[in-house]
Every structure is written in C-alpha cells, then in structure tokens.
Design a protein around this ligand. Structure first.
Ligand code: ITT
Length: 192
C-alpha cells in the first residue's frame, strides 16, 4: 500500500513515516500544501486536510491527515484545536511556548495532554480514524532540542524529562501520534 501524508508540517511527516511505513510506502504532500483549518474539532480539521489532498492522489493510494492539539487543564482545554495559532496568526513554536508559560505563571495545576487524530481516506472515499492521547504536565521552562512545537515545555506523565529531551524512538513509543498511528495501522491492516 502507498500512503500520502496530507501535512505541510515536516516534523509530523518525519514521525509518521517510520510509524506507518512498516506495512506501507509513505510519501508527503507536495511542497506548500496548506489547508484553511476552519473546523472546531480535531477530527473536522483532519478530514479537511485529507479531503483537500484526496483529488490529487491516485485512487489506489491512501491519504492520511493528522490534527493535533495540546489541552491544558488550568486553561479549560485551551489551546486545543487552536494550538498552531495560540499566540496569533503566524506564531512560531517559541511564541506559543512563551505565551503558554506566561499564562501558567504562578499556577500550580500544570496538567495537560496532547491529543492526536489521524484519518485515512481511500480512493472510494472510505474513512478510517485513530486517536491517541499523551498525558503529562507543562514545565516551568523549556528544555531539550528534539521534537517540535510544544515538546520542550511538555513533560510526559511518569517522566522527568521533557518530550524534547527524548530520542525520536522514545517519543514515538509514548506519544499521542505514536498511539494514534498504531491504532490506525491496526485498523488498516498495515501494523508491524
Ligand atoms: P498540518 O496542519 O499541515 O498537518 P500544523 O503544524 O498546522 O501542520 P496542526 O494543525 O495539527 O499542525 O497544529 C498543531 C500544533 O500543535 C502544531 O503547530 C504544533 O505547534 C503542535 N504540535 C502538534 N504535534 C505536536 C507534537 O508531537 N509535539 C509538540 N507539539 C505538537
């Protein structure tokens, strides 16, 4: 089976490639692929991305899209579906992390979770979905150079290191995306 990833985020693609690649060949969307994420839920946005790419991909290939959010307990679940634009349009990962640490300044409850929804749409328009959650806590300062996005400020539950201090293999083993990818791969019959 051949999979094309409907993402413009090269970090996501480099994580999903090996995880879905055991039973499939994985390609990424053409450069510049971007979709207006107008949905109000992760699954709506994942489907918007998958359907945007579907007409560009041959029917015997599968389109897979990812939408992910960081849900912070003390912020009532924000930034959630708006995680990419938390600090405003065009926000960098560093801008978002700065705002998050600022909003949580002095707040003791640091509980949070990454939530990842993956959808696959085949050439007949049939949809398969997988979801994965990674619980943890927001750190008080960024740590580590690995991963991307909120990884430097996220400490997975039961660990004393940030997600950005893990190797790619360690991150994939416990991450929201790793969990969602294993559910999706099993549902599609392409699991290792
Ligand atoms: P695509 O829509 O093109 O796939 P995106 O970066 O816009 O890429 P999302 O809409 O899912 O992705 O936005 C989620 C944001 O959450 C993303 O920009 C990162 O800041 C963050 N994020 C997603 N996955 C993450 C991960 O594994 N670790 C840390 N932060 C992550």
């Amino acid at each position: 089976m051949r999979i094309v990833l409907a993402t413009g985020n090269r970090h996501k693609a480099s994580e999903l490639g090996p995880m879905l690649g055991a039973g499939a060949e994985v390609d990424v969307a053409p450069d510049g692929f971007e979709v207006d994420e107008t949905g109000t839920t992760l699954i709506q946005n994942a489907l918007l991305k998958a359907w945007a790419l579907r007409p560009e991909v041959p029917p015997d290939q599968l389109v897979v899209a990812d939408d992910t959010g960081l849900e912070v307990h003390a912020l009532g679940g924000r930034p959630g579906v708006y995680s990419a634009r938390y600090a405003g349009p065009g926000a960098t990962f560093a801008d978002n992390n700065r705002l998050l640490l600022h909003e949580l300044d002095g707040i003791e409850d640091r509980r949070a979770a990454f939530v990842c929804v993956l959808v696959a749409v085949n050439g007949d328009g049939e949809v398969t979905a997988g979801c994965g959650i990674c619980p943890g806590d927001i750190a008080t300062a960024p740590r580590g150079e690995g991963g991307f996005g909120y990884d430097p400020v996220f400490i997975p539950r039961g660990m004393d290191r940030s997600m950005a201090e893990l190797t790619p293999e360690q991150k994939n083993a416990i991450s929201h995306r790793g969990r969602a990818a294993r559910v999706l791969a099993t549902a599609l019959g392409i699991a290792e």
